[in-house]
Design a protein around this ligand. Structure first.
Ligand code: ADP
Length: 455
């Protein structure tokens, strides 16, 4: 099981007074944990079967605003309930919080008890099930980057997010000495995640002052998406407890590097053999892998919104920053949107470098798997490899540069509509359009600074 706590073990821990709180969480459109802190006695007595939440949780924006235009929920339909059904295989300790366990819940229709189709776990499960019909199982890994600051979250708010000092004074990519100075937070993150049943590979300094990366072991797609959401929440809680702020914004400052979420992906057979591997193929890639990669490239525009869902996400795509601007494939080439790694080995795989650290992992994985599957189903031919500096390749396929362009490609995607359903795509097109509307409405610091005196 992906969690590390059985119901029997939880019952024993509750009786022994070791656990008093169970966090029952659903994942919202932003990929965040939302839910209730349930008294452990009540959880083991009855709430382990189900609990409830307002159905607006799958339609609010970053600020929890009630946004109009959704078919699934509205003031007109009275914002009723969804059922939150704990997936007990995800039950785990949250050792960075005193006496606390955590469980993820599926979001179900209150009356029919069927999956709410646009809830992120349901969106991903659908693509995993489609692959299972082909005898294939997806394995993924998210490499999560963030910035760590000297200030606390409270100080960050008080300073209007303008007085922040990154934890280090210099680019700390792979630095041991600088990261030694950050161990009070980063070691606690590694130990906390490991203690929650998330196998940590490493943390490291990243390519700017205060930038960090967490790497955990790849896993099946649903487990990895669950881990991804728990990791982000845990990192924030652990940093908060240590009096530090951190951010998963894709681009927190104009000058600083962006934060990515590279997504490694491979398909395996039910028997546990690597379906992406063919020792005789170029770089050890099988036909299945070539078709999958061709699907990712063919549908690169259409899936971009799921990899870059906010206005801010598009500020990250800048030449010469390690964030890609071109949706092309290349072997072990960090200027490519889609980088082939593990060539010639069992672990031959695709690393999608397009996504930012602000993406929702369930939706991003689902979109990638839908595009890859379309490639497999249609046996799409893989284009020739790009070599060299992709930033300089003007004629190469561009990653859409704006939220508007990505939203349009999402809305017009026959592939995604067939794979996920119109209801799901219309829901997320509304979320994307709202992000644009909210941004268009607000006057930004940049405009005021630029024009206040000089306009
Ligand atoms: P990098 O040099 O890009 O950091 P790593 O070798 O450290 O690459 O691996 C990055 C991630 O890829 C890790 O989280 C690892 O668990 C994951 N990974 C390894 N093999 C596979 C695979 N076959 N499928 C998906 N992810 C994998």
């Amino acid at each position: 099981m992906p969690g590390n706590l059985t119901m029997d073990a939880l019952r024993a821990a509750v009786t022994a007074g070791e656990i008093d709180t169970v966090l029952a969480c659903q994942v919202d459109m932003q990929g965040r944990l939302m839910g209730k802190r349930i008294q452990a006695e009540f959880f083991v007595d009855s709430a382990y079967e189900e609990t409830h939440s307002c159905n607006y949780l799958q339609a609010t924006d970053m600020e929890m605003d009630t946004v109009d235009g959704y078919k699934s929920t509205s003031w007109a339909t009275g914002y009723g309930d969804y059922t939150m059904k704990p997936d007990l295989s995800t039950l785990r300790l949250a050792p960075w919080l005193e006496g606390t366990a955590l469980v993820l819940c599926d979001v179900l229709d209150h009356h029919t008890h069927k999956d709410v189709p646009h809830s992120p776990r349901a969106v991903l499960k659908k693509q995993v099930a489609r692959l299972a019909e082909k005898g294939l199982k997806p394995f993924m890994a998210s490499e999560l980057e963030f910035f760590l600051f000297k200030e606390s979250f409270e100080e960050a708010v008080e300073g209007g997010y303008r007085t922040l000092s990154p934890i280090s004074a210099y680019n700390e990519d792979y630095h041991i000495f600088q990261t030694t100075k950050e161990e009070s937070v980063m070691r606690a993150i590694r130990r906390g995640l490991q203690g929650a049943g998330i196998p940590v590979e490493n943390t490291k300094g990243e390519a700017d002052a205060g930038q960090e990366e967490v790497n955990v072991r790849y896993s099946d797609a649903l487990d990895m998406a669950d881990n991804h959401s728990i990791i982000k929440n845990a990192c924030k809680e652990i940093a908060w407890a240590k009096g530090r702020a951190l951010t998963f914004l894709a681009k927190w400052s104009t000058q600083a590097a962006g934060s990515s979420c590279h997504i490694h992906q491979s398909l395996w057979t039910e028997a546990g053999d690597p379906a992406f591997r063919d020792p005789d193929g170029t770089y050890g890639m099988s036909d299945t892998m070539r078709h999958y990669l061709a699907g990712l490239l063919t549908h690169a525009d259409e899936i971009t919104w799921f990899l870059a869902p906010y206005i801010n996400s598009y500020k990250r795509f800048k030449a010469g920053t390690f964030a890609p601007t071109k949706a092309i494939w290349s072997l072990d080439n960090r200027t490519a949107g889609y980088r082939v790694v593990g060539d010639g080995t069992k672990a031959v795989r695709v690393e999608c470098r397009v996504g930012g650290s602000d993406l929702n992992p369930y939706l991003a994985y689902a979109a990638l798997l839908a595009a890859g599957q379309a490639g497999i189903e249609q046996k799409l031919e893989l284009e020739p490899e790009f070599t060299g500096d992709a930033y300089m390749a003007d004629k190469a396929r561009h990653v859409p540069g704006t939220l508007r362009a990505a939203t349009e490609a999402l809305d017009n995607s026959a592939m995604l509509r067939a794979a996920m359903g119109d209801e799901v795509i219309d829901h997320y097109v509304r979320a994307a359009a709202w992000e644009q509307e909210a941004h268009d409405y607000h006057v930004t610091d940049w405009e005021v600074n630029r024009g206040f005196e000089r306009a």
